[in-house]
Design a protein around this ligand. Structure first.
Ligand code: SF4
Ligand code: SF4
Length: 445
């Protein structure tokens, strides 16, 4: 019997020491420093009992062996009453107008007809927009987190994405190649994954995926028509180390670099499809006609979380999205609502607690235009960006789903998908191990 305690103590010590080593490799010294004492403290009672008693009392066996074993088995079983109670939102019954998003409003120049007309029809937005216009602005040298290298490098990457804008909708070849939907879909997915995408999915293009009117491209205000039948969505990974510096300067460089990578892949794909003789359009930074997170969700790449971003199964929100719409016949992927993410976000709220502008809601999802969703305050978020000069991403950095896609976090992700109690425990442990308010990493600067 003493042997069982000694082995159990060894297993507890070994697992927590491995967790400490993984944390060290992840560049999480605080987590490493918490795992190591836990390894000693949690394994010590087992070693002590095994050393003191040749045959330990039954009460100790029940408390230290049977109970933890039952708890562990409970956590890995699919017992999920919380997720079952969650209401699945219907798809939106309206289209967003791109002229209303912050990046379009940012382009309005005071003193122009376009500026005056916009605020005549949206007077409620004038004071809110004047507040962030009074701040230095994104990538501005006067902004709080200005860094000459990171800011100029980010500018260079954003400028390079803009070089792709004239090529988003390549000329379609006059001769149409015969393709099989299943084969070409598989080819596109394999090709994108080999080219650096992290995940790829295909969906039927819906009206609500599209903006109603143009806001960033000319002709400004033109109605956007649904011209394609399918949409291919893919994600690219944001580097964890760079995101960990959020909201400091490296994070905006990582955003710019991944917008560039997504843009390059999307233009490459739309060019390939047009060579096959089918219409295609890449949707890339500064030149979208679709709302990427909605398309990506319907293509089966994840669920929409509290911060309004796509929460992917392997990297959480730590991705950027690229989309290509097309008439190429494709095989679509099914969207399966993932209530475990909604339940996690209902309980977690870590992004809301850590958002420096208080733009993320602490409330449950609300009905708006026939959709159940979390609403964020875009003016507050953008106002913070304009003050600090970066695109912040503090919410992305602190999200428990953003941890690296390695064995330790994969095991956690697998259990929280199917078990309400595991989700509750993961939220608590994330605060204990990584901190309720994890600081920005500064060593890149
Ligand atoms: S930090 Fe928590 S609440 Fe926010 S998106 Fe991530 S899991 Fe959801
Ligand atoms: S990017 Fe920053 S300011 Fe905006 S919602 Fe996320 S944490 Fe808040």
């Amino acid at each position: 019997m003493a042997f069982v305690f000694l082995v159990s103590g060894g297993v507890v010590f070994l697992l927590l020491t491995i967790a400490a080593l993984i944390s060290n490799r992840e560049g999480e010294p605080a987590a490493q420093q918490r795992f190591l004492p836990m390894a000693v403290l949690l394994s010590a009672p087992y070693f002590l009992i095994g050393w003191l008693f040749e045959i330990p009392p039954q009460i100790l066996f029940g408390l230290f062996i049977i109970l933890p074993l039952i708890f562990f088995l409970y956590l890995i079983l699919p017992i999920d009453p919380a997720a079952k109670k969650i209401e699945v939102s219907p798809p939106p019954n309206y289209c967003h107008d791109e002229r209303d998003i912050m990046f379009s409003r940012q382009r309005l120049q005071p003193g122009t007809n376009r500026f005056d007309e916009y605020y005549q029809t949206h007077p409620e937005k004038k004071a809110l927009d004047d507040a962030w216009r009074a701040k230095p602005g994104l990538l501005n040298p006067k902004a709080q987190f200005y860094h000459p290298l990171y800011f100029n490098a980010s500018d260079a990457s954003f400028d390079t994405v803009a070089f792709f804008h004239p090529h988003v909708q390549p000329q379609t070849a006059s001769e149409k190649q015969e393709v099989q939907a299943e084969q070409v879909s598989r080819f596109i997915k394999d090709w994108l994954l080999r080219s650096g995408a992290h995940s790829v999915g295909i969906t039927r293009l819906q009206d609500y995926h599209l903006y109603s009117h143009r806001g960033r491209q000319e002709p400004y205000g033109a109605e956007i028509q649904k011209e394609h039948e399918f949409a291919i969505a893919f994600t690219v990974e944001m580097n964890k180390e760079m995101v960990d510096s959020a909201p400091l300067a490296p994070t905006v460089l990582e955003s710019a670099d991944q917008y560039l990578r997504a843009g390059m892949l999307a233009v490459k794909l739309s060019t390939f499809i047009s060579k096959l003789g089918y219409e295609a359009r890449a949707h890339i930074d500064g030149n979208y006609q679709v709302i990427c997170p909605l398309v990506a969700r319907d293509a089966g790449l994840g669920e929409l979380g509290r911060m309004g971003l796509l929460m992917t199964p392997a990297l959480g929100p730590r991705v950027r999205i690229g989309v290509v719409t097309t008439n190429l016949p494709l095989q679509t992927d099914d969207y399966q609502p993932d209530n475990s993410v909604i339940d996690f976000c209902n309980k977690c709220k870590k992004c809301a607690y850590n958002c420096p502008s208080k733009a993320i809601s602490f409330e449950d999802r609300q009905w708006e235009h026939g959709v159940l969703r979390w609403k964020i305050d875009p003016e507050a978020c953008f106002g913070y960006w304009c003050a600090v000069g970066t695109d912040c991403a503090r919410c992305m950095k602190v999200c428990p789903y953003s941890h690296p896609d390695n064995l330790m976090h994969r095991l956690v992700r697998k259990t929280i998908r199917k078990n309400s109690m595991a989700r509750w425990l993961a939220i608590k442990m994330d605060d204990v191990i990584y901190g309720k308010h994890p600081p920005a990493k500064r060593d890149l600067l």
